[in-house]
Design a protein around this ligand. Structure first.
Ligand SMILES: Nc1ncnc2c1ncn2[C@@H]1O[C@H](COP(=O)(O)OP(=O)(O)OP(=O)(O)O)[C@@H](O)[C@H]1O
Ligand SMILES: [Mg+2]
Length: 379
């Protein structure tokens, strides 16, 4: 095995910055799509902050708007269909919704980089690994060919790819799924971005490799003092990795808190339902887990009230007619969108009432085996 490379020797590491405010502030962001079915409100008034050197976990089921959110931040949405319907994306104070395409090209890769779910969609299958890494290095950092090659080898070594010199001359299909994700991570890290967006970076991988890639991202994030948005449908993945968690449902934030606070005193029934659907280490294998009943609403035809109400075991009449705002909880920075919050008297009364009248949205038990969370969820 080659000797480990110190992350500080890599480009962009600890590059000086004069910016001392939040790295990324997303304020009341709305991204809609004009479709034949109507306006799809994929991201509908989302706000959150990523501090420098911190990880924020963005969690939600399929279709909750996580990818549209991350692509909005990157300004990478299909121009024809996407409607930027409002809000601000302040990266180091600069509104990315207002920068020119030319400016944005300088920000991609160098300031903000992304690791996607499926490495095959971000790697070019007919271009050798080496060139895919060196292109960005040469463009952004003005390195010559030899310097770029040496840096590419160091980067591949830092992400734990065995025999990196040899890999430079290989094509993506010659690598395993886990190795390909290491390569895309190396490409994302190549120019020392300040913000890394990892959109479901491990769902295409098997459980052991999932953990390795998540550990790799975490180590790199810490060593480089990067901000990271870690996007997942699995609350367990972010439980021990994120400083703060944003829970998304049907295009909105339904709960937001520091990770410890969220697990200690979650308030939203959807967050609770997500937690109940995670495999736990103390459970015997093949334990039956509760799936969340029903499906998320059609984003082109949203219900008038709370978007989660039809699936919620706490829901009362009020929830069907009124969509709650985000309320402040006791802990600073903890907010939730619910009239009958989990763990409060109002929530307990709602549950008791629903049980008395026979309205309990109980989940269908399903057997789930295997998730990165399974091995490590400690809350
Ligand atoms: N180009 C598009 N045109 C129309 N609707 C779109 C487009 N892209 C996404 N959507 C819709 O936006 C909503 C949110 O999609 P998004 O891909 O962000 O969900 P997600 O949370 O990332 O889900 P997953 O966990 O499956 O990746 C979905 O209803 C989707 O159909
Ligand atoms: Mg997605």
């Amino acid at each position: 095995m080659s000797p480990a490379v110190q992350t500080k020797d890599l480009p962009g590491f600890d590059a000086p910055t004069t910016w001392s405010g939040p790295l990324l502030e997303v304020i009341d962001l709305k991204t809609y799509f004009d479709t034949p079915r109507g306006i799809v409100k994929a991201v509908d008034g989302v706000s959150f902050t990523v501090e420098q050197g911190k990880t924020i976990g963005i969690v939600g089921e399929s279709g909750s708007g996580k990818t549209v959110l991350s692509r909005s931040v990157m300004n990478l949405l299909p121009k024809r269909a996407a409607i930027p319907a409002g809000g601000q994306i302040l990266f180091q104070g600069k509104d990315l919704r207002k920068v020119s395409n030319k400016e944005m090209r300088e920000i991609w890769g160098k300031e903000i980089a992304m690791v996607f779910q499926d490495p095959m969609t971000s790697l070019n299958p007919v271009v050798k690994i080496g060139r895919q890494i060196t292109e960005s290095l040469r463009h952004h950092l003005d390195l010559n060919k030899r310097e770029a090659n040496e840096t590419a080898v160091s980067l591949l070594r830092s992400v734990g790819l065995p025999a990196p010199e040899r890999r430079l001359n290989e094509y993506p299909h010659q690598l395993s799924g886990g190795m390909r994700q290491r390569v895309t991570t190396a490409i994302a890290l190549a120019c020392g971005p300040r913000l890394l967006i990892a959109d479901e970076p491990t769902t295409a991988l098997d459980v052991t490799v999932q953990k390795q890639i998540l550990d790799l991202l975490q180590t790199q994030q810490r060593d480089r003092h990067m901000g990271m948005m870690l996007i997942t449908h699995d609350l367990g993945v972010v439980a021990n990795r994120a400083d703060d968690i944003v829970v998304m449902y049907a295009g909105q934030v339904v709960e937001r808190a520091a990770t410890k606070t969220l697990f200690k005193s979650m308030r939203h029934p959807y967050t609770e339902a997500l937690l109940r659907s995670i495999p736990r280490i103390e459970n015997r294998s093949h334990t039956l887990l509760e799936a969340i009943p029903g499906r998320p609403p059609d984003l082109a035809n949203l219900p008038q009230g709370c978007r989660f109400a039809p699936r919620c075991r706490y829901a009362q009449d009020r929830c069907v007619t009124e969509n709650p705002d985000l309320f402040l909880a006791e802990q600073p920075g903890h907010e939730y969108r619910c009239f009958f919050p989990v763990g409060t008297d109002a929530g307990k009364d709602a549950l008791a009432h629903n049980s008395a009248v026979g309205h309990t949205a109980t989940g269908t038990p399903v057997s789930i085996h295997g998730s990165a969370a399974e091995a490590e969820l400690v809350v």
